[in-house]
Design a protein around this ligand. Structure first.
Ligand SMILES: [Zn+2]
Length: 183
């Protein structure tokens, strides 16, 4: 739209209209100029608003940037979607690895993974909204006690977890975090 071959008059008028509104700037110019890398969608803690959980990271975790969530008596607690999306995997690996786990595709290559669940509340192919219950905390798979193993991935690669815009601390850290999911 803002062609470098545009007549000076048109160009000046266009720039003046830009000055009149940032919305127009965002809507009109950004798609025409260098496209910024697609930002991660806003992803919230996978627990109900107001709940406080311990989020642990460890350098020997597999994959390394995964976060384990715990709180007292957490077996059966609701696990909710970090963001809206489409459920692409609902799978049970039995007594190994993730056990019962779910993957949600949020678009732009971003996915979240929820593992060691005790039960599923969604099925493959289902669309979910942020905050929707997808399953329950459990101890399935290669797990030594009830907890939620949680990952954020970009194009399948494990990423440092960011919750509500705040990066989780790495490594070998346990943080007490309160959910603001769908508050
Ligand atoms: Zn884990």
């Amino acid at each position: 739209m803002l062609s470098r071959f545009a007549p000076a008059g048109r160009r000046t008028a266009f720039l003046a209209s830009l000055a009149s509104g940032a919305l127009l700037l965002a809507a009109t110019v950004l798609p025409q100029s260098a496209q910024p890398a697609q930002a991660a969608p806003l992803m919230r803690m996978p627990f109900r608003c107001g709940q406080t959980w311990n989020a642990s990271t460890r350098s020997d975790h597999s994959p390394q940037f995964a976060v384990d969530f715990n709180r007292d008596n957490d077996f059966g607690d609701a696990v909710i979607a970090s963001a809206g999306g489409r459920v692409t995997t609902v799978r049970n690996l039995g007594d190994t690895s993730y056990g019962r786990y779910i993957i949600i595709d949020h678009g732009g290559g971003w996915t979240t993974l929820y593992a060691h669940l005790s039960e599923f509340a969604v099925s493959q192919g289902q669309n979910v909204s942020m905050g929707q219950r997808i399953g329950s905390v459990g101890n399935s798979g290669g797990s030594s006690g009830p907890h939620l193993h949680y990952e954020q991935r970009l194009n399948g690669a494990d990423q440092r977890v960011v919750l509500g815009g705040n990066p989780v601390t790495y490594f070998d850290s346990t943080q007490s975090l309160t959910s603001h999911n769908s508050c």
